[in-house]
Structure formats: structure tokens, C-alpha cells
Design a protein around this ligand. Structure first.
Ligand SMILES: Cc1cc2nc3c(=O)[nH]c(=O)nc-3n(C[C@H](O)[C@H](O)[C@H](O)COP(=O)(O)OP(=O)(O)OC[C@H]3O[C@@H](n4cnc5c(N)ncnc54)[C@H](O)[C@@H]3O)c2cc1C
Length: 277
């Protein structure tokens, strides 16, 4: 199939924000390439289409875990490593850093096993789907660990300005959610292996008074195909109870140049295409 196609792009779960997974040629889904091949003490070998949520469940049964995850559990291992997907936390590396070996099917149909330490291995792992189809991936695993999440509210902008490095390094993972108002950062989600005094403050932010849910029970449908800068787009929001709301959004692609970058899937693709032309 690969040799027969004029051009072919592998697909993971298609969650990339950009058009990196798009192609005028053939698209090859890895949806059913989703088995765990082998779980060892320090390494797991999987087929590339497996989702981190599925993998984490199987590792959990063996008291193991991957060291880091992105925000979505349903992205594929192949797609995440190909794009350098990362989680949060200054002490955590990108998900690609856990890769110790990959099997790649090249355009000529041959399968190459690449291992950590091989020449240009890191570049081959974060290959954006341009080097071929990754069929198998070996990942480092660690002993299973638990995280507690603490939520703080209204972190003042002055604290963010003065202590940004310390704030971002304060725990295993930190997320700052802002509504861009003068009140500061609306919420700080701090994930840590330690137990904190839940009443404590965090750089001037106070412990959240209400439990916070990270589950959004609404679906958003937006036709994001702007033809002109600053185009009005319609978003349809279907709530958990089935009710439909339509709102108008202003697309913040403000100039024709930005529109061109967007159509190319990002400024990197635009520049690379210009260089290749
Ligand atoms: C709500 C949301 C939250 C997100 N959170 C984060 C986050 O926390 N951190 C972060 O860094 N990113 C995040 N992302 C971006 C997303 O994690 C990445 O874009 C990731 O690549 C998606 O994986 P995928 O399986 O959907 O890959 P796809 O989007 O399907 O593909 C991405 C690229 O990988 C290539 N590819 C896929 N599978 C293979 C394979 N088997 N062999 C070779 N190439 C392959 C494709 O050709 C394509 O170029 C988020 C996206 C969404 C929608």
C-alpha cells in the first residue's frame, strides 16, 4: 500500500491543531494499529496507533506508568511523539523523550528499526509523519505514581510578572487559566506528588472554595475555514442536555499574511514550502 501510493501521510487520532496531518495524497489511519506488544520492567513496546489512555490503563495493571502525559488521554502514541507533544511542568520532558526505539516503514516499503543513540534518532522520532509510517514504539516506563491536584484562585498579575519561573517550577505540573481580566490568573491547577496544606496560599492566590471539575459536557462545532481576515464565524454549542446555542465569533486571523500562514498549516510549513519552491 505504501509503495503503491504516490504520497502518503500517516494519521493518528487527528487531534493536531494545525494541518500537519493534512495531505492532498493518501491518508493512512493507524486507528487499528493499537495493540500492546510487550510490557517489560522498564520498557513497553506498543503499536503506534494506541492511545495514551488505553496504554496507561494497561500499565496501571502492572503498577507502571509513563513519566508524563499531555492534556488529552485519547491521542495516539505515534501522533504525540511525531509532533513533540508535551505536558506541563518544567521538570518533565516531551513525550518523545521516552522513546527508546521505533520501527519505521519508509516510502520504499522497507522497515527500519531505529534505536536511541542512532544517528539523528531524535529527529526521526519527532518526524511530523514525513519520514514514513511508525508502526511500533518502545517507551521507557516508570513505577506508577499518584498526583494530587490543588486549585488556587486569583493569582495576581504582579506575582506572575515577578515570580513566573518559580511559579512554573513549583510542582510536577502547573496550569494557569486566565480570563485576561485585571483580577489576574483566574485559576492555578497545581499537580504534585506531595500533600499540601489545602488552606495554604500560592504566591498570593487563595485555595479554591468550590470543587473544580475539569470535565466539559458540551460539544463545540465551528466551521474554521476563513476566507478573509477578521471573518465572522458561527459556533454551535451543544450542551450535555442536548440544547443548542449559536454564537458569533471573530476569527483573529487579522491580516492576509496570517491567512496565508494558516492555509499552510502554520508559519513553519509556510517557510519550508517557500524554501523548497
Ligand atoms: C484539546 C487538545 C489538547 C491538546 N493538548 C496538548 C498538550 O497538552 N500538549 C501538546 O503538546 N499538544 C497538545 N495537543 C496537540 C496534540 O496532542 C498533538 O497535535 C498530537 O500530535 C495529537 O496526536 P494524534 O494522534 O491526534 O496525531 P495526528 O494529529 O493524527 O497526527 C499528527 C502528526 O503525526 C503524524 N503521525 C501520526 N501517527 C503517525 C505514525 N504512526 N507514524 C508516523 N507519523 C505519524 C501525522 O502524519 C501528523 O503529521 C492537544 C490537542 C487538542 C485538540
Amino acid at each position: 500500500m505504501i509503495v503503491g501510493a504516490e504520497s502518503l501521510r500517516p494519521l493518528g487520532t487527528r487531534h493536531s491543531f494545525s494541518l500537519v496531518g493534512d495531505s492532498a495524497g493518501a491518508l493512512l489511519s493507524t486507528e487499528h494499529l493499537n495493540q500492546i506488544v510487550e510490557i517489560g520492567e522498564a520498557t513497553v513496546t506498543v503499536e503506534a496507533g494506541i492511545r495514551y489512555g488505553e496504554l496507561s490503563g494497561a500499565l496501571h495493571d502492572r503498577d507502571l506508568a509513563v513519566a508524563n502525559l499531555a492534556s488529552l488521554p485519547h491521542i495516539s502514541v505515534g501522533g504525540a511523539i511525531a509532533t513533540g507533544t508535551h505536558g506541563s511542568g518544567v521538570g518533565n520532558q516531551s513525550l518523545a523523550a521516552a522513546v527508546s526505539a521505533i520501527d519505521v516503514v519508509g516510502a520504499d516499503g522497507s522497515i527500519r528499526l531505529l534505536r536511541r543513540g542512532d544517528h539523528d534518532f531524535d529527529g526521526a522520532v519527532v518526524g511530523l509523519g514525513a519520514l514514513g509510517l511508525v508502526t511500533r514504539v518502545s517507551l521507557d516506563v516508570v513505577a506508577e505514581f499518584e498526583l494530587r491536584q490543588y486549585v488556587f484562585e486569583e493569582l495576581p498579575w504582579s506575582a506572575v510578572e515577578t515570580h513566573l519561573d518559580a511559579i512554573l517550577a513549583a510542582s510536577y505540573s502547573i496550569s494557569l487559566f486566565t480570563t485576561w481580566t485585571d483580577l489576574g490568573v483566574a485559576q492555578v491547577w497545581l499537580k504534585t506528588k506531595d500533600q499540601l496544606d489545602s488552606q495554604s496560599s500560592f504566591f498570593g492566590a487563595t485555595a479554591a472554595r468550590q470543587p473544580v471539575s475539569s470535565t466539559v459536557s458540551a460539544s463545540f462545532f465551528i466551521d474554521v475555514s476563513p476566507r478573509v481576515p477578521r471573518q465572522k464565524l458561527t459556533a454551535e454549542i451543544v450542551s450535555g442536555d442536548g440544547s443548542l446555542q449559536r454564537i458569533t465569533l471573530l476569527c483573529r486571523i487579522d491580516t492576509l499574511d496570517e491567512l496565508e500562514y494558516y492555509r499552510n498549516g502554520g508559519i513553519l510549513h509556510y517557510v519550508l514550502r517557500k524554501l523548497a519552491a
